[in-house]
Design a protein around this ligand. Sequence first.
Ligand code: NAD
Ligand code: ZN
Ligand code: ZN
Length: 338
Amino acid sequence: MRAALLREFKKPLAIEEIDEPAPGPDDVLIRVEACGVCHSDLHIAEGDWPQLIKIITLPLTLGHEAVGRVVAKGENVTNPAIGDRVGVAWIHYSCGDCEMCREGRENLCSSQKITGCTEQGGFAQYIKARASHALKVPDSIPSAEAAPLFCAGVTVYRAIKNASVQPGQRLAVFGIGGLGHLAVQIAASLGAEVIAVDIADDKLELAKTLGAGRTINASSRNAVKELRSLGGVHIAVVTSGSKIAYDQAFSSLRPAGALVVVGLPAEPLTFPAISMVAGEFKVIASAVGTRQDLKEVLELAASGRLKCLVESRPLESVNEVLDEMRAGRLTGRVVLTL
Ligand code: NAD
Ligand code: ZN
Ligand code: ZN
């Protein structure tokens, strides 16, 4: 099968013919129809996160937003069935037995396996997944639109849920990319007054069509000053991997506001304790989502209340896609089709 392999950090992916994965007793083999390209794939390829580099073995097939049909299954698998259309998320496996799993926080499982990181991912014609973690995709959502829900969608859904948004609250989304354009829709559907912040006008134009009442281009305007002039924001969701976005988001909070940490810059975030205390700010970090979160976000999309703007490109163009993502030139989500 064809796959896009990371052979060396900071180098383009190699498109190669490799063996199809063989499903184990609890696995399904999926013929991939679409796999979203997440900025986390780019962070991994760049070797941005030392914490992950040490658990990665190269060569590695990236991609953790895969949707396709089950074509084979292991002897223990009863569900899903062959022919079912399923999706594979970042959380490839969680044990169900550790303290976090028992508390319903399987996204924090101490024995978790990660798609496109510790396990081979979906930038390939076939992917192997645990049957227990391959979730069925509602018929009404095309594969290309469903794939990004398995990371981008579920991540912002959980993050906004964790922030307990109330109708009428001012909520700023910093970074209107693959995750951010979905965050705008989810926050708007909860009745928040959404302010979109990015450094590219086309993304801000998109945000307006998705429910943002205001937009701020932080490269030409003073986002902090403008947000403070509104009284500050109750919630700032950062879906950009830029540290500058975090600094601005933090400074834009109203007292008792919450900073929602989603984007993953390589460098540490630093906030003055005196300011945090003076504002009684909350910091809420959120890691992808559980299967329950995924089911909820799939339902939201099936009901037409959430729609991922996607552009399909062939697997062979993955390096161009990563280059455009690095340059901030992608709008919505690019999915590789196979
Ligand atoms: P993306 O490249 O599609 O979008 C990033 C957006 O940020 C772009 O629109 C870009 O223009 C914008 N941006 C860049 N600099 C900015 C700035 N200074 N201020 C405001 N906006 C700015 O990326 P994505 O796939 O949406 O991923 C976003 C981040 O979320 C990445 O760091 C990714 O690794 C992370 N992520 C985290 C989780 C999690 O579980 N917490 C899950 C998935 C992705
Ligand atoms: Zn992702
Ligand atoms: Zn566990």
